[in-house]
Design a protein around this ligand. Structure first.
Ligand SMILES: Nc1nc2c(ncn2[C@@H]2O[C@H](COP(=O)(O)OP(=O)(O)OP(=O)(O)O)[C@@H](O)[C@H]2O)c(=O)[nH]1
Length: 401
C-alpha cells in the first residue's frame, strides 16, 4: 500500500485542465450537514445507556448481529445502484472518470500557480531587499503556510541572498526545502500492528470532511493487502452515511456492522468491537458522525464512544484518525487542537487537496502539532488516497517539476 502509483504527483500538479469550481472560504466544509439540519432523521437519545460493563467474557450485544450487510431489499439495492455513479469506485485498478480527474488536477494546479505567480511577481523587480522580503512573507502567509514557515523562508533568504539578484526559481527552491523539512517528520505511514486482532481505527472529523470516503479507500487498500476488514457504520445520524459505508463494504468485501438510523453510536461501536474480536478480523474501522469541534455535546458523545471501545479493549482505538478538509483553511488548525484534546488523535488524513488553493495549511498544521500525516486525498475515487510524502507535497506547493 505504500507503493506510489505513477501519475499521482502529476495529479498534484495538474495539467491543462478546465478551471475548477472555486474553493470555499474557510470554516464551512463543502457539505456542511449538521445532524440538526437533517430532516426525517430521528435524533439519538441525548444520553443513551452505555452497554453493559464488560467482564472477561463480554456480555451479549444488545442487538442481533447481522451476518453481513443488513439491507438487502430490492429497493435498497436499487438505491445503491442509483448511487454508484456518485459514490466510491470499484475495487481493483481504479477507473478515473476523465472529467473528474481533470478537475482534481486543475484544483492543485491553481493552488501552486497562485503561490508561484505571486512569488515570481515579487522577485522579478529588484535585488533582494527588506521590502521584497516583507512582500514575500505576506505571500507565504496568505498561502496558509503559517507565520513560522513564512519567517523561516524569508530568514533563510535574508541570510544567504540579501542584496543579491534572486529569481523566483531560487525562492521556490528555498520554499520547497523548508516545506519538506517541516513535513518530513510527520509523513508517517499508518502501520497496522498485526498482533492486534482487530487493529481498531476510529475515524473522526467535522461534517463532510471525508471520513466515510476515506474509510472506503482504506478498506480497499487493506483488502488488497489480504487483510480481513470490518467496517462499523457509526455515523448513525445519517441514513446516507450508513448506506455509503455499506456500498463500500460490498465493493471491498468488508463486512459492515450497521444499525438503523438514530441508534446509539456507542452501543454500535461496542457491538462492532466485540464482533470483530470474536471473528478475529485484522482491521476494524469505525465511522463516526461528523461533528463541529465547538459542539460540546457532540464531542462528549465522541468521548463516550471511545470510553465504550476501551471497555472491550483498553488499548483501543489503536489509531484515531482525524480527517481534515483542506478547503477549510485556517479552521483546520482549530479542529486539530480540539479533536486532539478530546479524542487523542494519533494521525491525520487531509482530504480534498484537489479542490483548493489552501493546501499550505498542512504545513502550518505539521509545524504546530507535529502529528503524523498518514494520507492525503486528491479526489473521491478509490485511487485518490495516497500515503503522504513530504517531498512530493513540497515540490507541488513550490511549483517545482
Ligand atoms: N474532491 C474531493 N472530494 C472528496 C475527497 N474526499 C472526500 N470527498 C468528498 O467529500 C464529500 C464528503 O465526504 P464524506 O466521506 O461523506 O464525508 P464525511 O466526513 O463522512 O461526512 P459526514 O458523514 O457528513 O460527516 C463526498 O462528496 C466525498 O466524495 C477528496 O479527497 N477530494
Amino acid at each position: 500500500m505504500s507503493e506510489k502509483k505513477p501519475g499521482f504527483f502529476q495529479r498534484l500538479f495538474g495539467g491543462n485542465q478546465p478551471e475548477p469550481t472555486p474553493a470555499p472560504e474557510e470554516t464551512v466544509p463543502e457539505t456542511p450537514v449538521t445532524p440538526d439540519a437533517i430532516p426525517d432523521v430521528p435524533e439519538p437519545e441525548a444520553e443513551p445507556p452505555a452497554p453493559t460493563e464488560p467482564t472477561d467474557a463480554p456480555p451479549a450485544p444488545e442487538h442481533d448481529l447481522p451476518p453481513g450487510p443488513p439491507e438487502t431489499t430490492p429497493d435498497y439495492i436499487e438505491d445503491v445502484e442509483d448511487n454508484l455513479a456518485a459514490a466510491p469506485q470499484a475495487v481493483g485498478e481504479p477507473e478515473q472518470p476523465k472529467g473528474w480527474f481533470a478537475r482534481l488536477a486543475s484544483g492543485l494546479k491553481r493552488s501552486s500557480d497562485n503561490l508561484t505567480s505571486s512569488i515570481t511577481s515579487v522577485f522579478t523587480k529588484r535585488k533582494l531587499d527588506a521590502a521584497t522580503l516583507d512582500e514575500l512573507e505576506d505571500v507565504l502567509i496568505q498561502a496558509d503556510l503559517g507565520i513560522d514557515t513564512a519567517i523561516a523562508i524569508t530568514e533563510t533568504l535574508r541570510r544567504d541572498r540579501f542584496d543579491k539578484d534572486v529569481s523566483g526559481e531560487d525562492v521556490r527552491a528555498v520554499l520547497a526545502t523548508e516545506v519538506e523539512q517541516v513535513l518530513a517528520p510527520v509523513a508517517q505511514p499508518l502501520l497496522i500492528d498485526s498482533s492486534k486482532k482487530p487493529f481498531i481505527i476510529l475515524m473522526i472529523g467535522v461534517n463532510g470532511s471525508g471520513k466515510t470516503t476515506t474509510i472506503g479507500k482504506l478498506a480497499q487498500k487493506f483488502a488488497a493487502e489480504g487483510k480481513s476488514v470490518m467496517l462499523a457504520a457509526g455515523d448513525t445520524f445519517r441514513a446516507a452515511a450508513i448506506e455509503q459505508l455499506q456500498i463500500w463494504g460490498e465493493r471491498t468485501g468488508a463486512q459492515v456492522v450497521a444499525r438503523p438510523t438514530g441508534a446509539d453510536a456507542s452501543g454500535l461501536a461496542f457491538d462492532a468491537v466485540t464482533q470483530a474480536r470474536a471473528e478475529a478480523h485484522d482491521v476494524l474501522i469505525i465511522d463516526t458522525a461528523g461533528r463541529l469541534q465547538n459542539r460540546d455535546e457532540l464531542m462528549n458523545e465522541l468521548e463516550k464512544i471511545i470510553r465504550v471501545i476501551k471497555k472491550v479493549d483498553p488499548e483501543a482505538p489503536h489509531a484515531t484518525l482525524l480527517t481534515l478538509d483542506a478547503t477549510t483553511g485556517q479552521n483546520a488548525l482549530k479542529q486539530v487542537e480540539i479533536f486532539g484534546q478530546r479524542a487523542s488523535v494519533t494521525g491525520l488524513v487531509m482530504t480534498k487537496l484537489d479542490g483548493t488553493a489552501r493546501g499550505g495549511i498542512l504545513v502550518a498544521i505539521a509545524r504546530k502539532f507535529g502529528l503524523p500525516v498518514h494520507f492525503i486525498g486528491v479526489g473521491e475515487g478509490v485511487g485518490d488516497l495516497e500515503p503522504f510524502e513530504a517531498q512530493d507535497f513540497a515540490r507541488a506547493i513550490a511549483g517545482q517539476e
